[in-house]
Write a protein that binds this ligand. Sequence first.
Ligand code: ZN
Length: 149
Amino acid sequence: MSLEELYRSVILDHYRNPRRRGSIEGDHVHAEGLNPSCGDEFALDIAVEDGTVVDAAIQGHGCSISQASGSMMAEAIIGKSLLEVDELIHKFKLMMAIEEGENPIDESKPGAVLGDLEALQGVRKFPVRIKCADLPWATLQDALREVTG
Ligand code: ZN
């Protein structure tokens, strides 16, 4: 299997079997996002205790890129401190060339930095779809702004 095929299968797996789908019953922050250019909708519940993300749940519908990105993101942020989540957002945006800087992904070591999220870096080649991949992350940033006030 080529790396590209592997990445495609990771994206489809998260799209078909999204992780952390649902909502949070207890104390949480909720944020919603929309990507009108593709019609993607995404919503996120996160629970933060003592500066750490202890739970995350996602809702929404849209294209495979947006929904897979949200599924991977929800898995990736649980158990991380708010500082670590900020770093993850930054790395993701560098990888997707949304922010300027060096791509943090070492192509020779797939999976070493961002795990499943690295499957999304192929989207860089399709500027229209970058917004799809970024939607959950922009929504996460809205949620974090609410957490930190
Ligand atoms: Zn989309």
